[in-house]
Design a protein around this ligand. Structure first.
Ligand SMILES: [Zn+2]
Length: 119
Protein backbone atom coordinates (compact mmCIF):
# COMPACT_ATOMS: atom_id res chain seq x y z
CA UNK A 1 0.00 0.00 0.00
CA UNK A 2 1.55 3.38 -0.88
CA UNK A 3 2.04 6.00 1.81
CA UNK A 4 -0.98 8.15 0.98
CA UNK A 5 -3.33 5.16 0.59
CA UNK A 6 -2.17 4.02 4.02
CA UNK A 7 -3.02 7.45 5.48
CA UNK A 8 -6.55 7.22 4.10
CA UNK A 9 -6.91 3.60 5.27
CA UNK A 10 -5.86 4.59 8.79
CA UNK A 11 -8.70 7.12 9.09
CA UNK A 12 -11.00 4.19 9.94
CA UNK A 13 -8.41 1.55 10.77
CA UNK A 14 -9.47 -0.23 7.62
CA UNK A 15 -13.27 -0.01 7.75
CA UNK A 16 -15.48 1.21 4.94
CA UNK A 17 -16.45 4.78 5.86
CA UNK A 18 -20.06 4.08 4.92
CA UNK A 19 -21.06 0.46 5.66
CA UNK A 20 -18.24 -0.39 8.06
CA UNK A 21 -17.19 -3.64 6.42
CA UNK A 22 -13.56 -4.54 7.17
CA UNK A 23 -11.44 -3.73 4.14
CA UNK A 24 -8.59 -5.93 2.99
CA UNK A 25 -5.21 -4.61 1.98
CA UNK A 26 -6.32 -4.55 -1.62
CA UNK A 27 -9.53 -4.00 -3.53
CA UNK A 28 -10.82 -0.97 -1.62
CA UNK A 29 -11.45 2.46 -3.09
CA UNK A 30 -10.68 6.01 -2.07
CA UNK A 31 -13.97 7.90 -2.03
CA UNK A 32 -14.38 11.65 -2.20
CA UNK A 33 -17.04 12.55 0.40
CA UNK A 34 -17.83 15.73 -1.51
CA UNK A 35 -17.98 14.25 -4.98
CA UNK A 36 -15.43 14.99 -7.65
CA UNK A 37 -16.85 14.64 -11.11
CA UNK A 38 -14.59 13.81 -13.99
CA UNK A 39 -15.07 14.66 -17.62
CA UNK A 40 -15.51 11.24 -19.22
CA UNK A 41 -13.50 12.20 -22.28
CA UNK A 42 -10.62 14.21 -20.82
CA UNK A 43 -10.62 12.82 -17.27
CA UNK A 44 -10.41 16.39 -16.02
CA UNK A 45 -11.88 17.08 -12.56
CA UNK A 46 -14.66 19.62 -12.21
CA UNK A 47 -13.84 20.41 -8.55
CA UNK A 48 -10.09 19.83 -8.18
CA UNK A 49 -10.11 21.55 -4.76
CA UNK A 50 -12.06 18.55 -3.45
CA UNK A 51 -9.19 16.23 -4.32
CA UNK A 52 -7.62 16.67 -0.87
CA UNK A 53 -6.90 14.10 1.82
CA UNK A 54 -9.47 15.75 4.11
CA UNK A 55 -12.15 14.89 1.57
CA UNK A 56 -10.94 11.33 1.00
CA UNK A 57 -12.13 8.29 2.91
CA UNK A 58 -11.67 4.55 2.52
CA UNK A 59 -14.67 2.78 1.03
CA UNK A 60 -15.50 -0.73 -0.10
CA UNK A 61 -15.92 -1.12 -3.84
CA UNK A 62 -19.68 -1.60 -3.66
CA UNK A 63 -20.31 1.52 -1.52
CA UNK A 64 -18.00 3.59 -3.71
CA UNK A 65 -19.64 2.44 -6.94
CA UNK A 66 -23.15 2.70 -5.52
CA UNK A 67 -22.59 6.22 -4.13
CA UNK A 68 -21.01 7.21 -7.45
CA UNK A 69 -21.08 11.03 -7.50
CA UNK A 70 -24.12 11.49 -5.26
CA UNK A 71 -24.06 13.82 -2.30
CA UNK A 72 -24.38 11.87 0.96
CA UNK A 73 -28.00 12.78 1.75
CA UNK A 74 -29.13 11.92 -1.76
CA UNK A 75 -27.38 8.56 -1.53
CA UNK A 76 -29.04 7.93 1.85
CA UNK A 77 -32.44 8.42 0.18
CA UNK A 78 -31.46 6.10 -2.67
CA UNK A 79 -30.50 3.32 -0.22
CA UNK A 80 -33.73 3.88 1.71
CA UNK A 81 -35.66 3.44 -1.54
CA UNK A 82 -34.19 -0.01 -2.23
CA UNK A 83 -36.78 -1.72 -0.03
CA UNK A 84 -39.55 -0.14 -2.09
CA UNK A 85 -38.00 -1.12 -5.41
CA UNK A 86 -37.25 -4.68 -4.22
CA UNK A 87 -40.89 -5.09 -3.17
CA UNK A 88 -42.01 -3.76 -6.54
CA UNK A 89 -39.53 -5.38 -8.89
CA UNK A 90 -37.94 -8.51 -7.40
CA UNK A 91 -39.92 -11.75 -7.38
CA UNK A 92 -37.06 -13.47 -5.57
CA UNK A 93 -37.14 -10.82 -2.83
CA UNK A 94 -40.92 -11.01 -2.48
CA UNK A 95 -40.95 -14.82 -2.27
CA UNK A 96 -38.06 -14.92 0.20
CA UNK A 97 -39.87 -12.32 2.33
CA UNK A 98 -43.15 -14.27 2.20
CA UNK A 99 -41.34 -17.36 3.48
CA UNK A 100 -39.88 -15.42 6.37
CA UNK A 101 -36.31 -15.33 5.15
CA UNK A 102 -36.27 -11.57 4.95
CA UNK A 103 -37.47 -9.24 7.66
CA UNK A 104 -37.72 -5.53 6.95
CA UNK A 105 -36.91 -3.06 9.70
CA UNK A 106 -38.35 0.45 9.99
CA UNK A 107 -34.98 2.04 10.64
CA UNK A 108 -33.07 5.00 9.28
CA UNK A 109 -30.03 4.51 7.09
CA UNK A 110 -27.05 5.20 9.32
CA UNK A 111 -23.53 5.26 7.96
CA UNK A 112 -20.64 3.68 9.85
CA UNK A 113 -18.80 6.97 10.29
CA UNK A 114 -21.86 8.53 11.95
CA UNK A 115 -21.65 5.94 14.71
CA UNK A 116 -17.89 5.55 14.91
CA UNK A 117 -16.17 8.82 14.05
CA UNK A 118 -16.27 11.78 16.39
CA UNK A 119 -15.67 15.08 14.64
ZN1 LIG B 1 -19.06 -0.16 2.22
Amino acid sequence: MNKNRKLIWEKTNGHCWYCGIKLGEKGWHIDHVEPVKRNLVTGEMSKPERDSNENKVPACASCNLNKHSLPLETWREVIKGYVTSLNRDSTQYKVAKRYGLIEEKPIEVRFWFEENMKH
